[in-house]
Design a protein around this ligand. Structure first.
Ligand code: UD1
Ligand code: UDP
Length: 377
């Protein structure tokens, strides 16, 4: 290693962080003379993280393996922070990368700060303006932002959000790396041929119209989640000719109501979380996306799929502004009405089903690497 080689540490722990950081890790690794790149996974997620690591062929250098079934925010926070101290002492990175708004992202930034190591925040500047929604993500990203030295934003709106918080320096608007990952994934799917993907879904008629569903937000646990499930059940019963596919998040707070309310319906398919290529292939085949996920709100517009967002507020307003996403909250009747409208009113459907890319053009990783090469740290 030459003395000019910079030591970079990527810290992540969940499925979406892994998807959004994997192409960036690869991009930095393609400059071995300039960067020594190491990956630390807290493994706040386990199976759902490993699916992504496998797909992108990333072998972590440090695996904190902190996931315990049903663990609390306190458990994740404390264990990750304590374990990260050892990793930072072992590798002495000059720059730490964190992504987004998970507890791993916040704690990764905090740990680096405690060691006076510079922090780069990927997907900086998203704000809903409501500290309890999404919870705890809104505060995680605000705090990660305060702790960071370099801010890589996906859109102009996120640049403006940071400036409103008096963060003015080292903001680089590159687009979201989620689109880089999506293009990479779709390319691979195309190369390996559709048949491979179709085979994964025996018993589901993919020639029919299909509603793809995901949901996992903490602020919706309990009654809101039950409302969501009852709404899906009601529409599924009315539209027997439509397939509803729901890869169910492994969080027990999600699994329990979903299985209780939605199992046993012929056109509702509750399946395990899918690996990333199968999931994006399925999304490309879907008719409507019904979700509370952040990542899906970014991916679906790229694929021209209408997204009904089961939240009261979103930090991804660009999709709503461009007309492909609509906030429907967690009220049973509102979800039923909006889903039925899209299934019965062709012109309402077509108004939403247009491919737009407000979140990036697939070149974010290249831009981030270029910037980092030119920053002195
Ligand atoms: C976490 C993030 C959230 C992100 C989401 C992406 C926090 C507080 N939450 O929420 O911001 O949008 O990931 O999916 O950072 N589990 C498994 N296997 C897995 C993953 C989860 O069994 O691979 C179960 C475990 O019981 C675990 C529980 O899900 O304790 C909750 O996981 P956790 O990471 O705490 O929260 P998520 O709801 O997944
Ligand atoms: N995803 C996946 N398999 C699934 C569901 C989602 O690979 O079964 C991908 C999806 O394409 C997106 C990301 O996971 O890139 C979203 O993750 P999640 O909804 O868990 O988190 P959020 O984006 O809400 O933080």
């Amino acid at each position: 290693m030459s003395s000019n080689t910079k030591r970079l540490l990527f810290i992540f722990g969940t499925r979406p962080e892994a998807i959004k950081l994997a192409p960036l890790v690869k991009e930095f690794q393609s400059h071995p003379g300039k960067f020594e790149v190491k990956v630390c996974v807290t493994a706040q997620h386990r199976e759902m993280l490993d699916q992504v690591l496998d797909f992108f062929s990333i072998q972590p250098d440090f695996d904190l393996n902190i996931m315990k079934p049903g663990q609390s925010l306190f458990d994740v926070t404390v264990t990750a922070l304590k374990e990260l101290e050892k990793v930072l002492d072992a590798f002495h990175p000059q720059l730490v990368f964190v992504q987004g708004d998970t507890t791993t992202a916040f704690i990764g930034a905090l740990a680096a700060y405690y060691k006076k190591i510079k922090v780069a925040h990927i997907e900086a500047g998203l704000r809903s303006g409501n500290k309890y929604s999404p919870f705890p993500e809104e505060m995680n990203r605000v705090l990660a932002g305060r702790l960071s030295d370099f801010h890589f934003t996906p859109t102009q709106q996120s640049v403006d959000n940071l400036k409103k918080e008096n963060i003015h320096e080292h903001i680089y608007n590159t687009g979201n790396t989620v689109i880089d990952a999506l293009f990479l994934g779709l390319d691979l799917v195309k190369k390996s041929g559709e048949e491979k993907y179709r085979k994964k879904f025996p018993g589901i008629n993919l020639e029919k119209r299909m509603v793809l569903i995901t949901g996992h937000r903490r602020e919706s646990f309990g009654e809101p989640f039950e409302n969501i499930c009852h709404a899906i059940k009601e529409v599924a019963e009315k539209f027997g000719d439509v397939e509803f596919i729901y890869p169910v998040h492994l969080n027990p707070n999600v699994q329990k109501p979903v299985i209780k309310i939605l199992s046993g319906h012929a056109n509702v398919h509750l399946i395990e979380p899918l690996d990333y290529p199968h999931f994006i292939w399925l999304m490309s085949k879907s008719y409507i996306v019904l979700t509370d996920s952040g990542g899906l709100q970014e991916e679906a517009p790229s694929l021209g799929k209408p997204v009904l967002v089961m939240r009261d507020v979103t930090e991804r307003k660009e999709g709503v502004d461009s007309g492909t996403a609509k906030l429907v909250g967690t009220d049973r009747q509102v979800i039923v009405n909006e889903l039925m409208k899209l299934l019965t009113d062709q012109s309402a459907y077509e108004q939403m089903a247009k491919a737009v890319n407000p979140y990036g053009d697939g070149t974010a990783c290249k831009k981030i690497v270029e910037k980092i090469m030119n920053i002195v740290f």
